[in-house]
Design a protein around this ligand. Structure first.
Ligand code: PMP
Length: 307
């Protein structure tokens, strides 16, 4: 992944992809204190490559840094420009973008004082998070034996590098069991989220999703809630138990990488008719229309990268 053509924005400058390097004593590499974003750009109708909800992602990056007490030495506008620039300079029509804020190698102490705060923005082509057919047939999910972060163990509103140990353990376990993704429960045993996605279920035409307490405040989640409300659905944010998922009519995940992904099975129990349900399909279509600039109403969520 390091050996390829292209450019990466690092601390205010575009550097050749192969030269975007850091030292082995980089503080964040040792303790995981860093924050990042996952953003997507799509080839939108009439607009060309456009970043979806860029400002919200940048704002969350700055919020994550604030929670972790890291001072980003750039403005939100500069990070927005950097994102547009990397997509443009890498000639990408559609892209996954990875802005990240991390500490330098000036010292190793946990005090983390006098460390330089670095910012990188990389972008590359990453078409489908799961297999392309997963969007239609849905995925198999397993309740994780790993619990989602507690609000006072790590800060759940921050998208922090170190948090993803928990996600990776859960995902590895799910994959080892022949599933595609994990469903993590919170410390009280209620449904929280996937390893990198928010969770929704549908029952009797009403859409339910866990409260945000220990989940990441997903931008796709808020997009889908907005689209569903505009389409006249009722959304209930509340505590959900795993057996409610077993008897749901439909269930799906949302995330920047995963987009809107149907769940066809949890813990060996078929959900609904074991296929993508009608509400999921409708929201998925609305989401795809929206990211491709096909719905006038949501055009302000797209930022074209062209000058
Ligand atoms: N939860 C977790 C743990 C995640 O990593 C992500 C991906 N950023 C999400 C939810 C979904 O968030 P978003 O829709 O903003 O990508």
């Amino acid at each position: 992944f390091a050996d390829r053509d292209g450019v990466i924005w690092l601390d205010g400058e575009l550097v050749p992809w192969r030269e975007a390097k850091i030292h082995v004593l980089t503080h964040t590499l040792h303790y995981g204190m860093g924050v990042f974003e996952g953003v997507r750009a799509y080839n939108a109708d009439n607009l060309g490559a456009s970043i979806f909800r860029m400002e919200e992602h940048t704002r969350r990056l700055f919020s994550s840094a604030h929670i972790m007490n890291m001072q980003i030495p750039f403005s939100q506008e500069e990070i927005n420009e950097a994102q547009k620039l990397t997509v443009r300079e890498n000639n990408l029509e559609a892209a996954y973008l990875r802005p990240m804020v991390f500490y330098g190698s000036e010292g190793m102490g946990l005090r983390a004082d006098n460390l330089k705060v670095h910012v990188v923005v990389a972008s590359w082509n990453w078409p489908s998070y799961m297999s392309p057919e997963a969007k239609e047939i849905g995925i198999k999910v397993r309740t994780s034996s790993y619990t989602r972060h507690h609000v006072n163990i790590s800060m759940c509103k921050a998208k922090a590098n170190g948090h993803y140990i928990n996600s990776m353990l859960a995902l590895q376990e799910a994959l080892a069991c022949g599933c595609d993704e994990a469903l993590l429960l919170d410390v009280d045993g209620y449904v929280a989220e996937g390893s990198g996605e928010n969770f929704f279920l549908v029952r009797d035409g009403v859409i339910h999703t866990p409260e945000l307490t220990s989940c990441l405040d997903g931008i796709t989640r808020s997009t889908v809630i907005g689209l569903a409300k505009d389409a006249g659905y009722t959304i209930k944010e509340r505590r959900i138990t795993r057996d409610e998922v077993y008897i749901a009519d439909e269930a799906f995940f949302t995330g920047t990488a995963a987009e809107v992904l149907p769940i066809r099975e949890l813990d060996g129990r078929q959900i609904g008719n074991g296929k993508r349900g009608p509400v999921t399909e409708k929201l998925q279509t609305k989401y795809f229309d929206c990211i491709h600039g096909r719905d006038e109403k949501y055009l302000n969520w797209l930022t074209p990268v062209a000058k």
